[in-house]
Every structure is written in structure tokens, then in C-alpha cells.
Ligand binder design. Structure first.
Ligand SMILES: C[S@@+](CC[C@H](N)C(=O)[O-])C[C@H]1O[C@@H](n2cnc3c(N)ncnc32)[C@H](O)[C@@H]1O
Ligand code: SF4
Length: 442
């Protein structure tokens, strides 16, 4: 395994470790896994239900999420119907369970027609018994689709968090990202979100955009802060294979990497404005609602993903549909999803089976990269062993002052947080890494 010092020399932006193992490590499973038996062996008292809607008004140049821009209306309708069927099937497979967190993401779920959105909320309520009004429940929206009518349906259903992609308030930077300029729509949508009383507004911004300077980034941050969002996500730009920007970069070559300087500027601006840093990307405002209720704990609990492109996590198996980025691949995978017989949703066919070592590694990665860090006692209670015995490489973090160990909690320092996209990939096991390296992007 490469030392952390060596990894750091390879650059601060190696990969976003938002899930472990990464979806590019998933493969066809040796045989289909029956979901009812799989979930029967899990703690189903604190589950996260996630619905994926892989449609957007346009396909942004930077985006490698599983999403299709400008889909045909009949595909969107067929997808909604199929997703309702899948929700019913998964609800049956889960049996007795309790959902403590709910989200509908994408893509852009607000691309759906108001009536289609309402159908999905009803299906979640009916088949999964999600009490949307009582559990933390979020939706991802783009500015132009976040219409008053759709937002009202979300608010009536009980959605309490709206997350909107803005990326930049500077038109020239949106052009560099191959995303339409829409400041007026952003302002209008935020006005509607506020008028309807959603407790949490999150805005996404990107840094490291070609042509972006520290001054223009601060300008975007100031524009965002004027709306007092309860949360703000700051994403470093990654130019990935099969995306519009990926193709442009192949022709023009790689631009100078300005991300670390911009990150430090943005982080300090948000800290000065009173925001708390939760992870490398996430900042929370002092006026954000308290996180109460039965807490979903991502490193411990199950995730039930529905819709094409959604991932599901049990302790020992992570599964999803196939994954693609290029338009033709996404379209083909969506076709297969829409045409699948309803009973096919009773099985998992593609994913990653975690052994005991991977399960522990996942717990460490998920906890360490988020404030307040890795609770060594909670780890020992869960696995019956010590995190530093299982992963002795963690000592390197302390030696390099990227993390501190106080009262049995291993927490990233400011420098560690800035290097989360190096630390995450460094913690990937050789087996998972080998799978990721042999994944053929499509
Ligand atoms: C599901 S979208 C947000 C909602 C909506 N689809 C929109 O774009 O307005 C997820 C977010 O991921 C971020 N993102 C996606 N791909 C990225 C990339 N290659 N580099 C940096 N950020 C990226 C963007 O900030 C984007 O807003
Ligand atoms: S950034 Fe959002 S709107 Fe743009 S393609 Fe990705 S999911 Fe769709």
C-alpha cells in the first residue's frame, strides 16, 4: 500500500469518497440475491429510503451522475410508473421496517411533472410507510424546474430540505461548465422556497472552474450568502471521463489546478460568515435547524435505494443497477429498467459483496471524513476490535498532523479536511482499487 506522504505528492484531488466501495467497483453478482432474504438479516429499524430520478432539462458539461438530459415525455412517464412498481416490490421485500430518513435525488427529481412527483410521494407513503412529514426528507432541484407548483407539492408532502444546484453566480463560469446561465431563475426559485417555508435550503457551488478567480468565487459566495442558506455544498470541479468537459479537456489539455487556493478562500469566507464545516464539501449555518429525531447514521445503517441509478447498502452487500455516463449508455440502462418485469425488482444482480475487512474499512472512511470524526469506542462496540489495530495505517494521519486523536475520537485537522480527497482514496483496499482500475467507463 502506498504511504500517505507519497499519496499527498500525487495531488489533493484524487477522488470524492462519498461512498465505499465506489460504484466503479461494482460488478455482476455471481447469482441473483433475493432481497427479502437479504434484508431479513439486517437491522431494519433505522433505514434511509432514497428515490433516484435520472432526468434533467439539460446535461451539464461537468456532470457524471446517472442522468439523461432532455428525455422523451413517454420515457419519463414509463419511468415513473415503473418506479412506483419497484417501490411496491421493495416495500414487500423489506417486511417490517422503519424509515428514518427520506430523499429524492438525481438527476433532477423536480424535472417530473407535479402529478408524477405526487405519485412518488404517495407510493413511498403507502408501500414503505415513510412518514415524510415526520422524518428528515430532502429533494434535489435545479433552478428552472423548482416551480412554485412543484415546490408546493413537496412542501405538502412534508419535504423539509431543498437542495439546489447553482454552481456559480457568474455567467462566464456557467458557460465554462457548459450549463445555462439562469440567475433570474435562481432568485425566483429561492423566493418560492422561502415563501413556502422549507426549513432547510442548500445551495451547491463549484470551485476550480476554468476562468474562476478567488475574487469571482467570493462574489458567488456573497451572492449565495445573501439568501442565508442553511447549508452550502462546495464542490471542487472534477473533469471526468465521458462528460462534456472531459471531451473538451481531451482536445485542449488540462488547465492549471487552482482548486486548493480557491478552497481555502471559500472555506475561510464561510467560517467568517459563521458557518460550521461538516466535511470537505459541506458547511452548515448557525441558524440551520437542529438535527433531532432518530438520527440516521450513514456508517451504521441501511440505505434502500429505488429507481435506476440508486444504490442500496446492507452490511455485507451494496447493490444497484448498472452505471453509465455517456448519453447512449444511460439511455440503454434506462430502457432496460423501464422494460424489466415487476418481479425482477425482488433481486439484486449487480453490486459489491463486502467482507468483514471491507465493512470495517467502510465504517472508518465514512466516519473519518465527516465531522466529528471516527469514534473509536463506537467502532470497537460494533466490531469487537480496535480501529488502529485493524487499520494501522491510520497512525500516519496523526504523524502528518492530518488528524488528531482526542478522547478516543480521530478527527481530521483543517489540513486533513482540505486533503479529504486524498485520504479517502488512500484508505481504499487493494482489492477494491483493482476493481476500480479495471472498470471500463461507458
Ligand atoms: C444532483 S445535482 C444538484 C441538483 C440539480 N441536478 C442541479 O444541477 O441543479 C448534484 C451536484 O453535484 C455537483 N457535481 C456534479 N458533478 C460534479 C463534478 N464533476 N465536479 C464538481 N461538482 C459536481 C454539482 O454541484 C451539482 O449541483
Ligand atoms: S448537474 Fe444537475 S442538472 Fe446538470 S446534468 Fe447533473 S444532475 Fe443534471
Amino acid at each position: 500500500m502506498t504511504s500517505l506522504a507519497e499519496r499527498l505528492r500525487a495531488g489533493a484531488y484524487q477522488a470524492y469518497a462519498y461512498a465505499y466501495p465506489h460504484k466503479t467497483a461494482y460488478r455482476d453478482l455471481p447469482e441473483p440475491v433475493d432481497l427479502a432474504s437479504l434484508w431479513a438479516g439486517e437491522d431494519r429499524s433505522q433505514l434511509f429510503a432514497y428515490l433516484h430520478v435520472p432526468f434533467c432539462t439539460y446535461r451539464c458539461g461537468f456532470c457524471n451522475l446517472f442522468a439523461l438530459g432532455r428525455p422523451a415525455d413517454d420515457l419519463v412517464e414509463a419511468y415513473t410508473t415503473q418506479l412506483e412498481r419497484q417501490i411496491a416490490n421493495v416495500g414487500r421485500a423489506l417486511g417490517e421496517h422503519r424509515i428514518v430518513r427520506f430523499a429524492i435525488g438525481g438527476g433532477t427529481p423536480s424535472y417530473l411533472a407535479p402529478a408524477q412527483l405526487a405519485r412518488l410521494f404517495n407510493a413511498a407513503q403507502r408501500h414503505l410507510r415513510v412518514d415524510v412529514a415526520r422524518v428528515p426528507a430532502g429533494i434535489e432541484v435545479s433552478p428552472e424546474t423548482a416551480t412554485r407548483e412543484r415546490l408546493a407539492i413537496c412542501r405538502d408532502a412534508g419535504i423539509d430540505r431543498v437542495s439546489m444546484g447553482v454552481q456559480s453566480f457568474v455567467d462566464a463560469e456557467l458557460a465554462s461548465l457548459v450549463r445555462p446561465a439562469q440567475r433570474d431563475e435562481v432568485v425566483r426559485a429561492i423566493g418560492d422556497i422561502r415563501a413556502l417555508g422549507f426549513p432547510t435550503l442548500n445551495l451547491d457551488l463549484i470551485y476550480g472552474i476554468p476562468g474562476q478567480s478567488a475574487a469571482s468565487l467570493v462574489n458567488s459566495l456573497d451572492s449565495a450568502l445573501a439568501f442565508a442558506p442553511e447549508e452550502l455544498y462546495l464542490y471542487p470541479l472534477y473533469v471526468r471521463a465521458k462528460t462534456g468537459l472531459g471531451r473538451i479537456e481531451e482536445r485542449r489539455g488540462t488547465a492549471t489546478d487552482t482548486r486548493m487556493t480557491l478552497y481555502e478562500t471559500a472555506r475561510d469566507t464561510l467560517l467568517d460568515a459563521g458557518y460550521t464545516q461538516v466535511s470537505m464539501r459541506m458547511f452548515r449555518a448557525p441558524h440551520a435547524p437542529a438535527q433531532d429525531g432518530p438520527a440516521y447514521c450513514c456508517q451504521n445503517d441501511g440505505m434502500v435505494g429505488m429507481g435506476c441509478g440508486a444504490r442500496s447498502y446492507t452490511r455485507r452487500l451494496h447493490y444497484s443497477d448498472h452505471y453509465g455516463v455517456a448519453r447512449a449508455s444511460v439511455a440503454q440502462i434506462l430502457r432496460e429498467y423501464v422494460d424489466a418485469p415487476a418481479d425482477s425488482f425482488a433481486y439484486a444482480r449487480y453490486g459489491y459483496a463486502l467482507d468483514a475487512g471491507e465493512e470495517r474499512r467502510r465504517y472508518v472512511i465514512q466516519s473519518l471524513l465527516t465531522w466529528p470524526g471516527l469514534d473509536e469506542r463506537a467502532y470497537a462496540a460494533r466490531f469487537g476490535s480496535a480501529a488502529f489495530d485493524d487499520l494501522p495505517q491510520l497512525a500516519e494521519l496523526v504523524a502528518l498532523d492530518l488528524a488528531r486523536r482526542d478522547d478516543a475520537t480521530l478527527a481530521l485537522t483543517a489540513s486533513g479536511m482540505a486533503h479529504a480527497d486524498t485520504i479517502g482514496p488512500w484508505l481504499v483496499s487493494p482489492v477494491v482499487q483493482a476493481r476500480m482500475d479495471t472498470y471500463a467507463a461507458r
